[in-house]
Structures are given as C-alpha cells and as structure tokens.
Design a protein. Structure first.
Lengths: 446, 109
C-alpha cells in the first residue's frame, strides 16, 4: 500500500513540476530513467529522492519541422508516432493550458472498438490493439484494464442494431458477440434486467474492451516525446496562424512567433476556433459532454456497461468510484460544465437499471467540450491551407481512439497524404456525401 | 439552466421546454446549387467561441421556432427574436455590441 502511494506521487511529479517551475531548456535526451520494479526498489533505499522529472519544460525554439497544436492525448500520440514510426523528431507540441487538461482528463476512460462501419472499426480496433501493450511501449503504466464492455439493448430496435453490429464486427475481425439477458446478469450481477421501464433485452459484448488511466496516457506519451528530444511546451496558447501564398509558415503564440514546415491542429472542442485562425471552416459544432463520479464504494462491478437508449454509461474505477457518463448538450457551448437536466436524465435511468446506486452520493461533476461532426465520425485530413493538417471531430468518443488516431495522423503529417487508416476520414467526405454514419449505428454514447 | 424568452408567447422557458435547432441565419441552398454551397448549408458551421445565433423551438409551448443570440462561453443571452428575419434585429445587435467590444455581424470571413 505504502509503495503504491509513493508511486502515484511519482506519477504526478512531472505535471506538478511543470506547472510550478519555469526553468530554462534542459537536455532531456538520454537522461530519462527506465521505470521498473527494480528502479522502485533501488529508489526506496534513498527515500525516493532520486526520481527526475518525467518530461522537460523547454523554451520554444525559433523553428520546428512540425508543430502540433494541442498536448492532449491525440496531439501527444501524433507526436510520438511521428518520432517512432517516421523519424520526425524536431517537433513541438504546444498546449495553452496544462498537459492533458482538456478532454483527455475529463472522459470516462472507456475503450472499445465495436463500431458498425468498416473505417471506424479499423481505426478504433487499431487503437484498442495499441492500448493492449501501451504500458510496455511507453514504459509507463497506463493501467489498461480489458475488463469487457457491454452495450445494453433495451429496445427491440437496439437488439436488431447490435446483432447487425456483431455480424459486421465478425467480418472486420473485431471480437464481439451478442449476448442475452441471462449472460448480462451473470457478467454484471448488480444490474436489474427486468425493467419495467428499461428492460435489458440483451447486449453487445466486447470482452477485450475496457478502461485505462486517462492522465497516464497523456503523461506516458509526453514522457516518451520528451525522451525523443521533442519539446512539449505548456502554457503556450496559439493566437494566430501565419501563412504565405496559401502555405503555412508558423504560428503566433503567447510565447512568441514559432516557425514550422508542417502544422497539425489537434485541439478537439476548439477546432473551429483554431481553424478560424487558419482561415477555413469545419463541419463541426462544439458542445459540453458531462460525466460524474460517486463516492468510492467496495468493488461491485467489474465490467463497463453502456446504456445508449437512456444516455448513461457506468464503470467502477480502481478507487471504487462509480464513473458515470451522460448525454451531450444540444446547443453550442464552451462552459466545461453542461446542463443540469442531462445529469438528472442519466441518473434517473441508471437508478432503474442499477437499483443499488440509488443512495450513492455523487462527489464530482464536470464537462468537456467535444467537437461533433455531421456524421459523428472524426476528421483526419489535409486542409485548404497547404502543409496544415487537422485531427478533430472525435465528438463524444475520443479517448478510446488516442493511439490509433495518433498513428494515422502521424502518417498523414509525415507523408503529406493519408494512409489506409485515415483515408476515409477526409474533410472532403462531407462535400461528396461519403459519410461514415455512426450517429445511427452507435446510438448516442461513444 | 438556460432560460430563454419565447418571442411569440412571451413566456420565460426553461431549457427543458425547448428543442435546440442549431445555427441560425443559414442560407438554404437547394438542388441547383453548387456542391460547395450545399455542403456549407448542410454541415459547415461558425461554431464561434463567443456570440452565437441559434434556432430554438418552443416544443412544450406554442411549438414555434424562434432565434436567440447567446454567448457560448458565458451563456449570457442577449435576446430572442422571431425567426422570420434574414439577420438579427438592430436592438439585438446593439445589445451585443454593448457587451462584446469589437463584435460585428458576420465577422467570420
């Protein structure tokens, strides 16, 4: 117990250090310690005073090969795979707040890939597969827990929809199955399957779906990016995008002008805002999506349950809190809190499905600003501005996609053309009517 | 909770009484239009971090569509007005200009 407390302290060292200290550029390459049980044991002998900070806190250079705007999960993953897969390491990741402080730290950490459409299944399954050994790859414990995800069918329509998805997943090579209410009850005994208002008629079950520690995903990527010599620059807001003859030259930031050959915009809810600086519009609207957690209780549920008809999904964190996600606001806003009636709606429905949570106290509630596209599928694309690329539109389901999204976006930025994973997610699909329609296929919650 | 006044009934409505309808003042391009115009009408949105004009329907009331001018960061409502207009009335524009310095109608280029 003592050991694990210490560990979590070490984990948060990097971010706290970065927030409070603003020392000059340090050479982080080659100074990175490998995290291991041996290293912990060794450090224990000197009361854990020997741990270095997890990533650097550099001043921006005058010019980079690639600048990524946004140091959330997707931005950092893009930078990481640029370095790892394509050898592009003169990279800066600019973040207006602190690392992973946007939607990466605000989601309900669900990972799954049971999508209907082929392009979605491909990229989400790539992401889920990368999550499997992400801790080893990053040498950072992201606590991936493939505990299984079930999406409840509570109407006849959903039964047909999920059976169809299960068949599609079989063809796509994604391991899912349609299960009946008895199996649902067996996997999650605290569930009330009989209704009456929201009976559980079955579920789409993905045994290798699950959860991960969301902050650790951002921190792990940041640490590796720093190790590769990239500059993760926090508290550096982009205020303008400079261009000459339709080609990107660099960005204006609160910490000065920075030039770049290529620019990646990976800013989720603020995509429209940044695209406006670059001079183009996006088929995106930003709304608040909410989540809340209860007081911690003893382990009672070891799967993730999503109930899309009633706009609610729930899992239990390692600390014992019930993590609950609800619906998105219907109107544009940037408030990061969301409308109260959505919580009421979510909790009302979940109490019927999980009667035992009815007397739980809720500890915290918050919102994240998600960027919704017309077909509820993401955009990984070239833009009207040359050498400027965008990754956005993950809407209510970005966390699960982080590694796959980074992988695909890195390929797009490195080669200038999308690879097979990103090809279908271009901006031109809206003009061509070539939608990847998950709004119908996936219900509400992503 | 967001409270908007329905310009037809004059009732102050809770958000739960209304249905949001997205960005207002879109130009509705029809079948003969170019692909770019049609795409802009169907999908491309201003999505501003600031003043937003939007459509709402008084669903559990008179059932009519109206427009609202609202700030997407502060949620401040500058006013509501009937939907039968091509741009916001002068009173609404003045109310916004008084609160948001430098704001102008259709500033997005």
């Amino acid at each position: 117990m003592r050991l694990s407390c210490r560990l979590s302290k070490v984990d948060s060292c990097g971010i706290l250090g970065n927030r409070s200290r603003a020392d000059g550029p340090l050479n982080w390459v080659g100074t990175m310690r490998r995290y291991s049980a041996f290293a912990i044991a060794k450090e224990a002998f000197r009361d854990h005073t020997g741990w270095a900070r997890a990533w650097g806190n550099p001043e921006p250079k005058r010019k980079y090969d690639v600048i990524i705007i946004g140091a959330g999960g997707h931005g950092l993953a893009t930078a990481y795979y640029l370095g790892k897969n394509h050898g592009v390491r003169n990279v800066a990741i600019l973040e207006k707040g602190w690392l992973g402080g946007g939607n990466t730290g605000r989601n309900t950490t669900i990972i799954r890939s049971n999508y209907l459409q082929d392009p979605s299944a491909a990229i989400y399954e790539k992401a889920r597969a990368l999550y499997e050994d992400l801790s080893q790859d990053l040498n950072y414990n992201v606590m991936f827990s493939p505990r299984g995800v079930m999406m409840l069918a509570q109407t006849e329509h959903e039964i047909r929809g999920y059976k169809r998805t299960a068949h599609a997943n079989a063809l796509q090579g994604v391991a899912t199955e349609y299960i009946g209410p008895e199996r649902v009850k067996q996997l999650c005994p605290i569930i009330e399957v009989r209704g009456p208002r929201y009976p559980v008629l079955g579920a789409l079950w993905q045994p290798r779906g699950g959860t991960a520690r969301h902050d650790a995903v951002a921190w792990g990527y940041a640490r590796k990016c720093s190790e590769m010599g990239m500059d993760v620059i926090q508290k550096c807001e982009v205020t303008g995008i400079r261009q000459v003859d339709g080609k990107v030259q660099g960005v204006t930031t609160t910490r000065g002008e920075i030039d770049c050959d290529k620019l990646g915009i990976v800013v989720a809810g603020h995509s429209g805002h940044v695209a406006d600086m670059a001079g183009f519009r996006l088929p995106v609207e930003s709304v608040a999506l909410q989540a809340l957690v209860s007081e911690p209780i003893k382990p009672c549920m070891d799967v993730v349950v999503m109930a899309n008809t009633v706009h609610g999904y729930m899992s239990q964190s390692d600390k014992g809190e019930m993590v609950i996600g609800g619906g998105a606001d219907g109107f544009n806003n940037f408030t990061q809190r969301g409308s109260f009636h959505h919580i009421e709606e979510t909790v009302r429905a979940l109490i019927e499905t999980f009667p035992m949570i009815s007397r739980l106290k809720m500890l915290r509630q918050w919102g994240g600003i998600v960027d919704m596209t017309g077909d509820r599928s993401p955009i990984i694309s070239k833009t009207p501005l040359e050498n400027c690329f965008i990754n956005c539109g993950w809407g209510t389901g970005g966390f699960k996609a982080i590694p796959g999204s980074g992988w695909a976006t890195a390929e797009l930025i490195a080669k200038g053309e999308p690879g097979p994973l990103a090809a279908e997610f271009g901006l031109d699909r809206f003009r061509e009517g070539r939608f990847i329609d998950e709004s119908v296929a996936a219900g509400v919650a992503h | 909770m967001l409270i908007l006044r329905c310009p037809y009934c004059g009732v102050d409505c809770d958000e739960t009484e209304l249905t949001p309808g997205g960005e207002a003042h879109l130009t509705r391009h029809g079948p003969e239009s170019s692909d770019a115009d049609f795409e802009a009408y169907l999908f491309q949105r201003e999505n501003p971090k600031g003043v937003h004009f939007e459509r709402w329907r008084h669903a559990y009331g008179c059932g009519k569509w109206f427009h609202a001018a609202r700030h997407t960061v502060t949620l401040e409502v500058f006013g509501t007005y009937p939907a039968q207009v091509l741009e916001p009335p002068k009173a609404i524009k003045n109310a916004i200009s008084a609160k948001v310095p430098g704001w102008s109608w259709r500033a997005f280029s």
